[in-house]
Design a protein. Structure first.
Length: 133
């Protein structure tokens, strides 16, 4: 199934659902920091997410429908990352430079990235040594 294109508010609603697993519209709204979007704004957006097949109703408690996410958090993150990378010509380096220039990339982030790169290098080396020649 194709991953739907999601707005910022839709992503925030999905984040609340991924955190809770299942939630009513009121519970989703209460997950937002003040000033919260109106209940009806959340309700309309949840119904749009339902139409996009990103969430589904799983049961009803009283008058409240309970929703759960259908799309996975990691799949959604990868799709969003692909969109962002395409904006930078498909290359990570200009994106990382932009993050650094904007002050969004901390020294801790760089250290974690270095650890990830080293782990990838080790994995790549071990895969090469196992390949028949």
């Amino acid at each position: 199934m194709a991953q739907p294109k999601l707005t910022k508010l839709e992503l925030q609603i999905l984040e609340a659902l991924w955190s809770h697993g299942k939630a009513s519209i009121r519970e989703i709204q209460e997950d937002f920091p003040e000033p919260r979007p109106a209940y009806t704004t959340i309700q309309t957006t949840v119904y749009r997410l339902e139409g996009k097949k990103a969430v589904r109703r799983v049961r009803k408690i009283g008058n409240a429908d309970i929703f759960e996410p259908i799309v996975a958090r990691d799949v959604t993150r990868y799709r969003l990352l692909d969109e962002i990378l395409s904006f930078f010509g498909g290359r990570a380096q200009p994106m990382m430079a932009q993050l650094a220039e904007a002050g969004k990339l901390t020294l801790d982030d760089v250290r974690e990235l270095e650890k990830t790169i080293k782990a990838l290098e080790r994995r790549h080396k071990s895969e090469r040594t196992r390949e028949p020649k």
